[in-house]
Ligand binder design. Sequence first.
Ligand SMILES: [Mg+2]
Length: 199
Amino acid sequence: MKRIDCLKAIYPRLDDCAVVTIMGAVAAELYSLGHRANFFYLEHAMGLASSIGLGIALCQPNRKVVVIDGDGSVLMNLGGLTTMARSRPKNLVHVIFDNETLLSVGGGAPGGYKWFTTATSTGTDLAAIAKAAGYPRAQLVRELQDFEEAALDAINGDELNCIVAKVEAEMPKSFLMDVHMLENRFEFPRWLQTKGGMN
Ligand SMILES: [Mg+2]
């Protein structure tokens, strides 16, 4: 399963969601599908997309928040899962693309994936950890159709939900992102003040 195909499958549904991605490949791939003001690419803060998403979800309970995370990021902020589960925001969906590598910080180099694998490559089950942390729902998917079904169900649902998607360790076609970090930093909060999320 390819990450870009998963993103394509949910992209139309992200229209009215606050979307927070981690840095690197997944941010570049989401951007390549078409930037929107409701997308925030959390560059240079590896591990913290779920924490930012949690803050937004708690401040704007009427807004659906979709966090798009990675295995490396989640593994370096495992405590974030327990905080998330403790708060249990009903309006947050936590998508974790698990390619079993630190792709964006070296794993994508020729042969790099062999040396930049994460613990999920040796058996760590992030969906099981999320569940044990207290997420009411968490599941692991390996097929595109299963991902699409689970992700759309979660976004349309009313419960904290985690979907761990096993994907290939593949670099994006391009890392070009013609949205400056500062621009994104101001554009996104302005969008958060628009209709849909304010109480
Ligand atoms: Mg990874």
